[in-house]
Design a protein around this ligand. Structure first.
Ligand SMILES: *Cc1c(COP(=O)(O)O)cnc(C)c1O
Length: 410
């Protein structure tokens, strides 16, 4: 070889074929080499039969896609650089000028902002429906409706909809539905088989998951997935994904692959802690309402039980069934918003910050009136504070909440 640069680039050594470690290799690429021009022309990028370009996948990203399909019970998966990007690909891929989009009033806020800030300029109209009333969804579907977003439980307020009923409305009207399944994470219920063993096969069309939360589990990766069980629907989304140039970094894929085997254990731990704290919160006079779908008085509890605690008769404290690590409280309106802020500031283990799913507990006070078209009748008046239970000890977290409550009275 003429120069060291050329020699280093074209060095002939190749490692032995079968490196038998249990963990998948981390394959990163933009370019993928073809043996000849004919092979380049023949290679198909649209399925997993070969590799064409890093943006279309590497062995490492294909493995994550397949494992996420296993987690959620789907057959095709697309990866996006955040949960919000995954939401955006679904809406952008399926909607055109003149179409209508339906979003639940309690949806993840940035899904609404995307619709109002971007889709509106392209002549796509968004309507909001009451997720606790399938008849309201039915009434708002028109012949222009092309997509219905679903979410269970609702963001921040955690009311649990009758998801099978909402899906049935969409199916009966021939409208594609997409579930934001970040809360359920493929563990609380099966999005593509909502009522297993019931004799009725009922599932969502699309499941979007913010992998940023439980699949990452570390609070250090942003990623999203779009899972389907329909090759045609997948291809429409895949074309939008490709045309927009959406891809994910393989180092981030590696992190999610490393965390995925412990997701069920972590989910159970977050769940058990959140239930203990939610039960404790019920006893505190400062909290006029506690929102957690496994609490009998929380809105939609019966729907949660049907979906997430199937076959379980007695859903006791920290008992059977599955729920994530989130709960919200409404703080008695006698306390000023400055006092509520002081309560949040006084927390030592619960840190103030967005997102959830990592080891650290988090807290966010919300201005709910600005987030909803109407204040739901079942929701008490007061300031809403949402907690996300991390993996710390439940007793330590409870003591932290207890000490911070003093600030509400000072
Ligand atoms: C966090 C979250 C998202 C967005 O995920 P990012 O990766 O932060 O963009 C979407 N939906 C729900 C319900 C979420 O909690």
């Amino acid at each position: 070889m003429a120069s060291i640069s050329t020699e280093l680039i074209h060095h002939p050594y190749t490692p032995p074929d079968s490196f038998a470690a249990p963990q998948p290799g981390v394959f990163k690429a933009s370019t993928v080499i073809f043996p000849n021009v004919a092979a380049m022309r023949e290679r198909e990028w649209k399925d997993k039969s070969g590799y064409t370009y890093g943006l279309h996948g590497t062995p490492t990203s294909f493995i994550l896609e397949e494992r996420l399909c296993a987690l959620e019970g789907g057959t095709q998966c697309l990866l996006a650089p955040s949960g919000l990007a995954a939401i955006a690909i679904v809406s952008l891929g399926l909607l055109h000028t003149g179409d209508e989009l339906l979003i639940p009033d309690n949806a993840y806020g940035p899904n609404k902002t995307l619709s109002e800030g971007e889709l509106r300029h392209w002549g796509i109209t968004t309507l909001y429906y009451n997720p606790m009333d399938p008849a309201d969804l039915a009434a708002k579907i028109s012949d222009k409706t092309r997509l219905v977003w679903l979410e269970a439980a609702g963001s921040v307020t955690l009311e649990f909809p009758d998801l099978p009923a909402l899906v049935r409305v969409c199916k009966s009207r021939g409208v594609t539905n997409a579930l934001d399944n970040t809360w359920g994470a493929g563990l609380a219920f099966q999005p593509f088989d909502l009522l297993p063993g019931s004799g009725e096969t009922l599932g969502v069309d699309i499941s979007v998951h913010a992998l940023t939360k439980y699949p990452s589990g570390g609070g250090d990766v942003l990623m999203g997935s779009i899972i389907t069980r329909d090759a045609g629907l997948h291809m429409r989304l895949k074309l939008a994904h490709m045309r927009l140039g959406i891809g994910v970094g393989v180092n981030d894929v590696e992190f999610v692959l490393r965390s995925l085997p412990s997701i069920a254990l972590r989910y159970q731990a977050h769940d058990a802690t959140a239930r203990k704290l939610a039960h404790w919160a019920l006893q505190q006079p400062e909290f006029v309402q506690v929102l957690h779908p496994a609490l009998p008085n929380s809105p939609g509890h019966a729907h949660w039980k049907t979906l997430c605690a199937r076959g379980v008769d007695d859903v006791a404290a920290a008992g059977p069934g599955n729920a994530a690590g989130l709960f919200s409280v409404l703080i008695d309106p006698r306390h000023t918003s400055a006092q509520v802020d002081a309560f949040c500031d006084a927390l030592k283990l619960f840190k103030i910050g967005y997102s959830w799913g990592g080891p650290m507990s988090l807290v966010v006070p919300y201005e709910l009136a600005e987030m909803r078209t109407t204040w739901p009748a079942w929701l008490a008046k007061g300031t809403l504070v949402r907690f996300s239970a991390g993996l710390e000890s439940a007793a330590d977290l409870q003591a932290d909440l207890q000490q911070a409550l003093q600030k509400l009275h000072s």
